[in-house]
Design a protein around this ligand. Structure first.
Ligand SMILES: Cc1cc2nc3c(=O)[nH]c(=O)nc-3n(C[C@H](O)[C@H](O)[C@H](O)COP(=O)(O)OP(=O)(O)OC[C@H]3O[C@@H](n4cnc5c(N)ncnc54)[C@H](O)[C@@H]3O)c2cc1C
Length: 372
């Protein structure tokens, strides 16, 4: 049933009960020339990314089945499911999907065995490869391979930024160049942020390792990080995955370079300072035959950077949207992760000419009228 979104009054929400209802709404939309958009959980931060202003938004909130196979080696997942709190599995899978287990099992799209896709023609078919986003059809069901998982070790470490940034950047570069090769099961995310409420710059690490550890210990690969000392918060522990993982995004990928990371941080600080007082600033593979992302198999480590300023007033949009340092240094890698990208980026162009040409070919074949 179509209902009006009470928040906007300008979009019609359609929550299909199952995959068979999706072609009906697509064909209705085409026949009436009423635009439609697809929403997994709606976690893309920019306006219009997964909703249609003045059109129909197909939202999958009702299709939430999670059905393990009899041998528990695979699982059928409905597109309305969420993980990491409220992040939608649909967008996560279709865009690629980085997880704590990516070092071991690849990106999430690499673990998808098959996709049930509804084409712009209304036809439902099974596809085998992901990573191209929702550009070819509507993902109505995913079948993923599974693995056994006991409690994992992980958590956050937080420091005041100015006293810790050099040591953290050193540790990150050493981890990327050596540690991640010595212990591919581990994962590390380095963040720098300004916390408006406390008027403080902070550095933060998310670390994890799938092997449980005794309390008070950490994996050897993170020795350098723990040697930094005096974090003002340390939540690392062994716990279940769900226990451990209790905006606008910009994505870029650069070749690893210590000075660039420092300069990015300096510019981040300089550029962020003028917008610190915005009103209500919120606290803030290849295993299954490869994917379309165009990364992996390279000879050097890459740094995937996500800029995520958060603000509430559209009048502040212009003050926030800016960027480009690595390009000037010649370090920029063309890949920018679609799920961390902003509305003015072109992530598919960064998949490499060959992958892009293949995606265009697939799109022409399966969506000749450019419905999606
Ligand atoms: C707090 C937070 C944590 C995050 N953590 C991670 C992380 O650890 N790893 C990671 O890789 N990413 C992470 N992300 C990014 C996340 O992968 C993306 O935001 C992703 O797009 C979320 O999916 P969604 O279904 O909620 O998005 P939506 O905004 O609903 O959809 C994203 C895009 O996919 C399209 N789409 C959605 N569902 C379908 C479908 N069924 N068929 C066709 N097209 C569809 C939409 O139209 C839209 O273009 C995180 C984001 C947030 C906000």
């Amino acid at each position: 049933m179509l209902t009006t979104d009470p928040a906007s009054q300008q979009q019609l929400l359609y929550p299909p009960a199952d995959a068979e209802e999706v072609p009906i709404i697509i064909l209705l939309s085409r026949a009436t020339e009423c635009p439609f958009a697809i929403k997994g959980s709606g976690h893309t931060a920019f306006k219009g990314a997964s909703n249609s202003h003045g059109g129909i938004t197909i939202e999958f909130a009702q299709i939430k089945q999670v059905i393990p196979s009899a041998d528990r080696k695979s699982v059928v997942i409905g597109p309305g499911n969420t993980c990491l709190g409220t992040v939608g599995v649909s967008g996560l899978i279709l865009g690629g999907g980085i997880s704590f287990f990516s070092g071991q099992y690849g990106w999430i799209c690499d673990s998808i065995i098959s996709y049930q896709i509804v084409l712009g023609s209304g036809e439902i078919l099974t596809a085998l490869r992901g990573g191209g986003g929702g550009n070819f059809g509507v993902g109505a069901q995913f079948v993923a391979s599974t693995f056994e998982q006991v409690p994992i070790w992980g958590g956050f470490l937080t420091w005041e930024m100015h006293g810790s940034k050099m040591a953290l950047i050193d540790a990150m570069v050493n981890y990327a160049e050596k540690g991640s090769l010595q212990d591919p099961k581990a994962a590390l995310i380095v963040s720098f942020a300004h916390v408006q409420r406390y008027q403080t710059w902070v550095s933060s690490l998310i670390v994890d390792h799938p092997d449980p550890l005794p309390e008070g210990s950490h994996p050897e690969v993170f020795d350098e990080n723990f040697n930094i000392g005096n974090p003002f918060a340390d939540s690392t522990r062994t716990a279940t995955h769900s226990n451990l993982t209790a905006a606008s995004y910009w994505a870029m990928t650069t070749r690893l370079d210590k000075q660039s990371e420092l300069d990015i941080l300096t510019i981040f600080e300089e550029e962020t300072t003028p917008i610190l007082d915005l009103a209500d600033f919120l606290p803030s593979s290849r295993r299954h035959g490869g994917n379309a992302l165009g990364i992996g198999g390279g000879e050097e480590p890459l740094l995937l950077i996500s800029f995520s300023p958060m603000w509430v007033s559209t009048t502040d949009d212009g003050a926030v949207l800016t960027w480009s340092l690595a390009r000037e240094r010649g370090l920029n890698h063309p890949f920018s992760y679609i799920n961390y990208g902003s509305q003015i980026q072109d992530p598919l162009a960064g998949y490499g000419a060959e992958n892009l040409a293949r995606l265009v070919e697939v799109s022409k074949k399966y969506d000749p009228n450019g419905v999606l």
